[in-house]
Design a protein around this ligand. Sequence first.
Ligand SMILES: Nc1nc2c(ncn2[C@@H]2O[C@H](COP(=O)(O)OP(=O)(O)OP(=O)(O)O)[C@@H](O)[C@H]2O)c(=O)[nH]1
Ligand SMILES: [Mg+2]
Length: 214
Amino acid sequence: MKINVMSDILKANDLLAQGIRKELEGRGIVSWNIMGSPGSGKTLILEHLIPLLPPHVKSAVVEGDLATSKDAERIAKTGVQSMQINTNGACHLDAAMLRSALSGINFDGISILFIENVGNLVCPSGFDLGENGRIIVLSVTEGDDKPEKYPSMFRTADLVLLNKIDLQKQTDFNIGRFSEGMKKINPDAKILKVSAVNETGFAQLVQWVVDRLP
Ligand SMILES: Nc1nc2c(ncn2[C@@H]2O[C@H](COP(=O)(O)OP(=O)(O)OP(=O)(O)O)[C@@H](O)[C@H]2O)c(=O)[nH]1
Ligand SMILES: [Mg+2]
């Protein structure tokens, strides 16, 4: 008998994820799984985006990291609820981890849940967390070839934030090559050029998020 451990793990994860999606949707909450390399700017984007959302749009954040609560502490300074998950070595979040983090959040009045996944362009894409959509953060310092080299990650993106655009001139990042790669891998993904340090592109990012409120 052949036992396919990975497919059983994924099946169990999918079941849990479906339950999370149903529960969040039932509460009128839209959830975004934010993924990208370590240091691409996921947390800094959230730190700048959250205060720019309209006052009636309340969000909560779950942070995933191997260790430390540093990102949850950064997010807490914006005034929203933030829960840290430590994966203790795992390279991605899974639905069971999210399930336990959600029990610590008071969802009254919350309309958006942001989930910052573990920094990684590979494993997080294989695990449904029950999110409604995916935001991939790629910074210009990582190179314009990443969509084609990490197709499983970019294929599932609803939105790609091309971050650190303030540094583009200091790199050889070619927007044309990047766009061609995205066209091959996922032509439907929306692409926004942003800088989390000077908030370039953040008006469009806020609009994109607000347009997708339930
Ligand atoms: N110049 C510039 N620096 C940025 C930008 N966004 C983020 N940074 C810097 O990049 C570094 C990493 O940012 P983080 O927000 O911690 O990145 P992250 O993706 O959350 O990292 P992990 O959680 O470790 O995966 C920090 O020093 C940020 O200040 C940007 O748009 N421009
Ligand atoms: Mg982070």
